[in-house]
Structure formats: C-alpha cells, structure tokens
Design a binder for this molecule. Sequence first.
Ligand SMILES: [Zn+2]
Length: 310
Amino acid sequence: MSVAPESGGAPERLRLMAVHAHPDDESSKGAATTARYAAEGVDVLVVSCTGGERGDVLNPSFGPGPTSLEGMRELRRSEMARAREALGVQQQWLGFVDSGLPEGDPLPPLPEGCFGLQPLEVAARPLVELVRAFRPHVMTTYDPSGGYPHPDHVMCHKVAFEAFQKAGEPSCYAGTGAPWEVFKLYYNHDFSLTRMRTIHEAMEGQGLVSPFGDWIESRAAREIPERPVTTRVEVSAYFPQRDAALVAHASQIDPDGFFFAVPRDLEADVWPWEEYELAESRVPTTLPEDDLFAGVRDVLGTTTTEGERA
Ligand SMILES: [Zn+2]
C-alpha cells in the first residue's frame, strides 16, 4: 500500500497514526501535535473513519451546501486535502458513511448502513489492515465516551481500541497483512474543563470577552468526569498550521467563530500544549510525559528525530 513505511539500512523512522471520526476532527483535536511531529521527521498518518457526509454547513458565510450525501462527501474530500497539506501529514479514508448526530426526544434511529451501526469486526477490519501496512509506533484516538456523544466518535474509539489490541495478534483479522504491535495508545483531550477555565480566566483578566463562559457552565452542570491527563505536548509553534487546517474545512469552521476567538499570543502564553491520556503502553515510560514517543525512542534507539538531526 502507498502508506507502507520505507525500509532500508537507515534508523527506523518514528510513525504516528491519528484516528478520527470525520474530516475536520484531525484539525480540532491534536492537530498541532501532528504538525509538530511531521515537521520533526515523524511519519504521520491521519485516518478519517467516515466521509463526513451527514455534517451540516456550520459556517454562516459559506452559503448553502450540497444537498446530497455524494455532494457533501466530495466537498469534504476537497477540504480535507487542503487541511492535510496545511498539517504536512498523510491521510487515508476508511470509507464508512457518517452516522449524523441524532437529535430529538426520543432520538431517531441511526440511518441504515452508517458507521455507527457496523458490527465491530466489520468496522475495525480496514483499520487493522492500515495499522499492519503503516506500522505505527503510537496511535491516538478518543476516550470511550467519544469525547462527545456523537455515535461516530464512540465508534471511532471502539475501532481504534480494537485495532490496537488485535493488530499484533497473528490469529486475528486473517488476510489483512502481517501482525504489527503498536507500542502506545493515547486519547485526545483538547477540550478539558481545566483548559477552558484557564483560557477563560486569562481572557477576562485582560478585559476580553471569552467564548467559553456558557460552555464552562453547561459542562460543569453536567458533571462530566474529567479524564486523567498524562501527557502534554508543547505545540505553540504549530498553532499557525493548526489554524490553517481548521480554515481549510470552510463548510464546517467559521473563521469568525469560536475556534478563532482566543488571541493566539494569549493562548501560547497560558496553554501552549495539547493534552493526552496514555491509555495503553507496551513500553516502559514515566508519567507525566511531554512526548508521545517517550519510551518508544529508547526501545528503538532513536533518541532524536530526523528534524533534530538535520
Ligand atoms: Zn467529528
């Protein structure tokens, strides 16, 4: 496959796979981390489980969007191509169809054939195949709640967890390539209450209007348990790449909206990180970490990245 890593006499390149539900999730969760590692010479592969076909146009200045699933899929593919370039990463589609975000009381059933309704073995199979071809050392995805209750985000967690567990088992998923054991699995935590509060207070302290007031109130009221953070990756130098990738998803991201309401120098000052929870590790590591490849570099004997050597 085209994603297969290069082999040869050179020291093994580090490889990171970021598994996401829809096109645009890679730009709002862990985006600057992928841009940073790619710039440092790590092979980074973003996997988009679905085509985002049932996403609404969320940018008021975008105009009316396509009316068919096929039209939306095409639009989001072209947006994804620009985001991928902005982040400097590779990207692959798993080929499943967006489940949409069910709304109403009672909630309507999910549409026939969508990602959220697939049996786990069917949904995970193409990802296991991709893991066995790309051979990542580290994978990232969402926590078991999905991060928010979209059926595709919950399913994304399930398939990534399944692939992490089973890709190294020779007896599992026959016909999808040679087994490959991934060293570490992380969950993205870009929207923690702690981060929102910290940025909110910093903005109010400077007399600015924070976009997070309502969010913090409703989040706190729902008493969603905060997940543990084990790993903070310093990525402020890669905020411009993250922002360019967000803007590339023009139908989904309002350039005058929420994502761009925080002055970037303030953000770099008070929250220069993206955060992760180390969910599983097959290499020894010491918490807290500041690098997704902590422990992996020791095992592989790659203490520096390509970028640092150059
Ligand atoms: Zn999503």
